[in-house]
Design a protein around this ligand. Sequence first.
Ligand SMILES: [Zn+2]
Length: 134
Amino acid sequence: MNEELWAKCVAYHGHHCPGLAIGVRASLEIIKALPIDFEAGDEIVCVAENESCSVDGIRVVLGCTGEKGNLFFIKGGNQAFSVFNQTTGKSIRLVLKDLPEMERDQKEAFLLNEPDASKLFEFMKPHFELPQKS
Ligand SMILES: [Zn+2]
């Protein structure tokens, strides 16, 4: 895990917690898997299925916010994020897997540092399409 990025996320969120780690790691995996090229100016939209600590990770790492109009919520209570790259037309949905029982700090470290992302998340297609931009 990039310590500098994690420190930035913790500063934004106000504390460190496993929830924040979920959102940060999910964002990093989404950038790789979708992929997203921020330098090329890719425009992305995120639909989160919860409104918990993890969403701050999405805000900082993916730059999706309500103010910018590229962060939306649907009810469901899942640690799941559908991200649409509107520049490439590609999309992905990451869903947190059931993790083994562990202490809070251990869980946070596992989420940030586990090399095999498939132990953390299910990589799927979103259940829906976004409306076309007019
Ligand atoms: Zn938190």
